[in-house]
Design a protein around this ligand. Structure first.
Ligand SMILES: [Zn+2]
Length: 163
């Protein structure tokens, strides 16, 4: 089957791969021209392609999440992933902290960039016509659960601030 290309370096299938979806037989198909397709294409063009060009190959660990998949993995009920407006990424050779800081200084009109647990970076956008919040957060696990702090921080710094 021909791969659907969203931007020079990103293909639709990179956003629809999920072991959990496969295990639960969840339909991950995205119709070209649909709202989710248009959002994923905007995400690839606006946010991920510039990062790819600056930092190198990007691995998408989670992209589009149909509602059922989002529930299965315990995602937030208002998750941008449900609409194809967010991706969790890692860049080989660069720490998630560095990747998050790169977005911070990129000038890209992202809605939300979250440095998550020192493990990956969540990049969210808004659909065309909406104003992005340009929100920067760091997620850290504490004894009381997950804490979200404003700004991009290293894990030791986030733990110190959350403590
Ligand atoms: Zn995410």
């Amino acid at each position: 089957m021909k791969r659907l290309q969203l931007s020079p370096n990103f293909y639709l299938d990179e956003f629809t791969r999920s072991q959990t979806a496969a295990r639960h037989d969840i339909d991950m198909s995205v119709t070209p021209g649909s709202e989710v397709y248009r959002n994923l294409k905007l995400l690839a063009e606006l946010a991920l392609q510039p990062a790819r060009e600056a930092l190198g190959p990007i691995f998408i660990s989670s992209g589009y999440r149909p509602l059922l998949l989002n529930q299965k993995i315990g995602g937030s009920a208002t998750s941008a992933h449900v609409h194809g407006l967010a991706a969790d990424i890692a860049v080989s050779g660069h720490s998630p902290l560095l990747v998050a800081r790169w977005f911070e200084n990129s000038g890209i009109a992202f809605d939300q960039v979250i440095h998550e647990f020192g493990q990956w970076v969540h990049v969210g956008i808004v659909p065309e016509g909406r104003v992005p919040r340009q929100q920067l957060l760091t997620a850290v696990k504490t004894a009381k659960g997950t804490a979200y702090l404003y700004g991009i921080h290293s894990m030791p710094e986030a733990l110190r601030r959350a403590g």
